[in-house]
Design a protein around this ligand. Structure first.
Ligand code: MG
Length: 387
């Protein structure tokens, strides 16, 4: 299998997020006083802006203490992913690096030259000693969480280095390694900080679903782009029900079999939606909530756009900028997010072509989402938040 996909690389929400949150500059020591060498931290935030302007905006709006932690968590996983994605690296070298990468965060001075398929990733790895310095100044509890996730992700990436995604089980496992673990690590960080609900740490399944929902949405949406780059993420167990060859869907994008396959994949992603709402319901801090909710509302809107949409096979389908802007603005509370999910469930319901395979499953899934949303809205009206 070729280059792997990552939720660490979202699309062009950057400008919108910047509009909403502005750009926070680093001015002197941080409030938590944990990181004293501002040169290293400045490098980290600077690099964060370069490798992901979208995530930079939502990470910067987090409360100060966890903003630094999440920035480093992001950069460390971004560096790991850059190793995974570098197709010029010999497989045995890559496998060893991926499995050992978590130990490098404790090796002062360590860096890696000429690895990464883009200049900004090469710069990150070539200056990795600065990330290490900043990492080592984090509270030990955060270092442990980050290292644990980094170790599991690196080993998972290495396992899949020479293995195809064949079964649905493979698909779920791969998505767990590259995305579910991000959700699990973030829950640990939020809980450990005391800034948000301590119970998040034990919500491993819900945290995993948060990552899987985003990852699977990207995998469905990016069929064409990934095929062009010879990347195959749709499990054979699913697509082989509809076509003898994965690359044949664009030849007959409007054929019922092609649409049924696409909808099968959308249904699989949608099955995580209520878990995500359950997770978001648990969050207490408004900034943490926004950080978690923004990618989720983008994902459900993307699924509504790609559902039953043959264009996925031939072009890069995206949600409208205006809709994206509206969703970002409306991601500040569980009530708003539930309303968005309810709206998008109804968009999908209206697109169902009955008689096509998987239509009944879609109907069941959107009804489940709708029921969940109605219940959540009733609960919210019964017990209004005390300001
Ligand atoms: Mg990758």
């Amino acid at each position: 299998m070729s280059i792997k996909k990552s939720i660490l690389k979202p699309d062009e929400m950057a400008a919108l997020l910047k509009l909403k949150f502005g750009s926070k500059k680093i001015m002197g020591p941080r409030k938590n006083g944990k990181i004293s060498n501002n040169g290293n931290l400045a490098f980290c935030y600077d690099t964060l802006d370069k490798v992901s302007r979208s995530f930079a905006a939502v990470i910067r709006q987090l409360p100060d203490e966890i903003s630094d932690v999440v920035c480093l968590f992001y950069l460390i996983l971004r560096a790991l992913d850059s190793i995974e994605d570098d197709m010029d690296l010999a497989q045995d070298v890559k496998t060893k690096l991926l499995r050992e990468f978590h130990t490098k965060n404790y090796e002062k001075g360590w860096n890696l030259s000429n690895v990464g398929d883009k200049q900004e990733y090469r710069d990150l790895l070539a200056n990795y000693h600065k990330v290490i310095e900043a990492f080592l100044e984090l509270d030990v509890k955060y270092q442990k969480s980050i290292t644990d996730i980094c170790k599991k992700m690196g080993n998972g990436m290495a396992d899949f280095g020479e293995k195809e995604i064949t079964t649905l089980e493979d698909y779920n496992l791969y998505c767990h390694y590259v995305a579910g673990l991000v959700g699990i690590g973030l829950s640990e960080i939020f809980a450990a900080s005391g800034i948000d609900n301590k119970e998040l740490e034990s919500q491993v399944a819900l945290s995993n679903s948060m990552g899987l929902f985003l990852q699977k949405t990207n995998i469905v949406r990016d069929y064409k782009e990934d095929l062009d780059e010879k990347r195959f993420f749709w499990p054979k167990e699913v697509w082989s029900l509809y076509s003898p060859r994965f690359e044949d869907f664009p030849l007959n994008p409007e054929k019922p079999e092609s649409i049924a396959c696409l909808n099968h994949m959308v249904n699989d992603a949608l099955s995580h939606a209520t878990d995500c709402l359950d997770y978001l319901k648990m969050l207490k801090n408004e900034r943490v909530f926004r950080f978690c909710a923004i990618p989720q509302v983008m994902a459900i809107a993307t699924l509504a756009e790609v559902y039953n949409n043959h264009k996925v096979f031939t072009e890069n389908v995206k949600i409208r900028k205006g809709l994206a802007a509206k969703l970002i603005v409306r991601a500040g509370s569980i009530q708003e997010v539930v309303k968005t999910y309810k709206e998008m469930a109804s968009v999908i319901a209206n697109k169902i072509t009955f008689g096509l395979p998987n239509a009944e499953e879609t109907l069941e899934l959107v009804q489940k989402i709708n029921d969940f949303c109605e219940l959540a809205l009733t609960e919210a009206n019964k017990s209004p938040e005390i300001a």
